[in-house]
Design a protein around this ligand. Structure first.
Ligand SMILES: [Cu+2]
Length: 479
């Protein structure tokens, strides 16, 4: 199982390319309501031939050797289904036809290196005697659809079989594509989430300093993969902005310029989407390849509690695996308060130990824990603090990826609430608010003043999420 690299198809002898002729089983029609499928078999010429459908490709063999072109792209592998004669020595000419890095690993252990867009390599898959599966190992890509099957059989075996009563076609003996990975058997229980953090654990400091002076804010962040204890006994590799989840909080005023230089220290392309920014995503949310750097520059035109996040596909995977943070742009004439905090709400979907999160759970909206600032019950163990009679402001940004927040402090109503760029309540009426509803991708703040000392829990009032970790404590003392 060796890998031969750097063999561009076009430079090979014509005879080699001719051997790469594919027999395509082209599915031409599905009769709706009847479920019959008309199949035609056609010989295709040399070069990259793929159907872009669920049709199987039969590998041609000359003297027991077969070479087949395979194209990797977002998020599929062509051909998705390959049929080879028993005992064929199979070579896959694997080309990355997508816009991101991809690779191909087979269930027999053969694998390519990570291929840049446009790169090609020849993978020696060995002599095939049993069925194989293949996939891209870049996290999230397999679950997003980058899979293939290699079936030992004959051309006849590649003929599609109609599913009675449906237009869905399945190959005989092949499992249906679920599009998602198997569930992680090591689900944590809610009870286990609410146990003491490991020694040395410290929550992210929720205190929010005032905006720095000046109107131009320059920072440099490194995107890093960090093995992190995300809950008691649960260690995951998170994809981070500057080594922490949530990423660093930025703060400024309307009209300020932000120059955020991002260095990608990982092996995967990432980018940055500032919700506060205006402009065509293709122009302003520049992808940063592994080892690359880019400076994102924008002017904050509007006040708000803004989310920033990685927008690289599959975005659900990149956000759920830790790539988000808060950008606070103060509303004009923001009233002074005695102290401010920022809480970023999000969910984790535990994958295998030290692995990235589980994409199937992300798709299913089935979080293992729901957290403020990256850890379940973080501020239950290290409470936020306040003083009787002093006014505090708590900024909430919901990174999701899937669930909203109904932020609530048990025992003290809010006398100011701000969300969607305006005040719903501004310390001027006799009314007060009990929750601040923040959707995924949105943000706001509340203000409140405690009148008596004590420990006041704050929760996501979606109670299931509170039990999964979206809960903390504000410890209020007398002056
Ligand atoms: Cu990313």
């Amino acid at each position: 199982m060796t890998e031969r690299t750097g063999v561009p198809t076009a430079s090979e002898p014509a005879s080699t390319r001719t051997r790469r002729t594919h027999l395509l089983v082209a599915l031409t029609a599905a009769a709706a309501g009847i479920g019959l499928v008309a199949a035609t078999i056609a010989f295709a010429g040399s070069g990259h031939q793929h159907t872009g459908s669920r049709a199987a490709v039969v590998a041609p063999a000359t003297h027991g050797v077969s070479r087949v072109n395979v194209t990797l792209a977002e998020f599929h592998i062509d051909p998705a289904r390959l049929v080879v004669a028993p005992g064929t020595h199979l070579y896959l000419v694997v080309r990355n036809g997508g816009h991101m890095e991809h690779d191909l690993r087979l269930s027999n252990g053969a694998h390519t290196r990570l291929l840049e867009p446009g790169q090609e390599t020849t993978l020696d898959a060995g002599v095939v005697r049993t069925d194989l599966s293949g996939w891209c190992t870049v996290p999230g890509h397999r679950a997003a659809g980058m899979t293939m099957t290699i079936t030992v059989g004959t051309a006849a075996a590649a003929a599609p079989t109609p599913q009675p009563g449906t237009g869905v076609m399945e190959m005989p003996g092949m499992p249906a594509e679920s599009g998602v990975a198997a569930p992680n058997p090591a689900d944590a229980t809610a009870a286990a989430l609410d146990t003491a953090p490991p020694p040395g654990w410290r929550p992210i400091d929720a205190a929010l300093p005032a905006a720095p002076s000046g109107t131009v804010h320059k920072v440099t962040w490194h995107i890093r993969d960090v093995v992190t204890t995300v809950a008691p006994g649960v260690t995951q590799t998170l994809w981070t902005f500057d080594g922490r989840v949530p990423g660093p909080t930025l703060r400024g005023r309307v009209g300020d310029t932000f120059e955020v230089t991002v260095v990608n220290d990982t092996s995967m392309t990432h980018n940055l989407d500032f919700h506060a920014e205006s402009g065509p995503p293709a122009e302003v949310m520049t992808p940063i390849p592994p080892g690359g750097r880019h400076t994102y520059t924008f002017v904050a035109r509007y006040a708000g509690a803004w989310l920033y996040h990685c927008g690289t596909a599959p975005m659900l995977m990149h956000v759920a695996n830790g790539m988000y943070g808060a950008l606070i742009i103060d509303p004009p004439n923001l009233a002074p308060v005695d102290r401010e905090y920022v809480l970023v709400a999000s969910e984790f979907f535990f994958g295998p130990p030290r692995g990235p999160g589980d994409y199937a759970k992300m798709l299913a909206d089935r979080p293992d824990t729901v957290v403020f600032n990256g850890y379940p019950f973080a501020y239950k163990w290290r409470p936020l603090t306040a003083v009787v009679g002093q006014r505090i402001r708590i900024w909430i940004v919901d990174a999701g990826p899937n669930r909203g927040v109904a932020f609530h402090v048990i025992g003290e109503p809010f006398t100011t609430t701000y969300v969607d760029g305006h005040y719903a309540l501004q310390n001027t009426s006799d009314g007060a608010a009990q929750t601040l509803a923040v959707d995924p991708g949105d943000g706001g703040f509340v203000e409140l003043t405690f009148s008596r000392p004590g420990d006041y829990p704050f929760v996501d009032h979606q109670m299931a999420d509170a039990e999964l970790g979206a809960m903390g404590t504000i410890s209020v003392r007398t002056p």
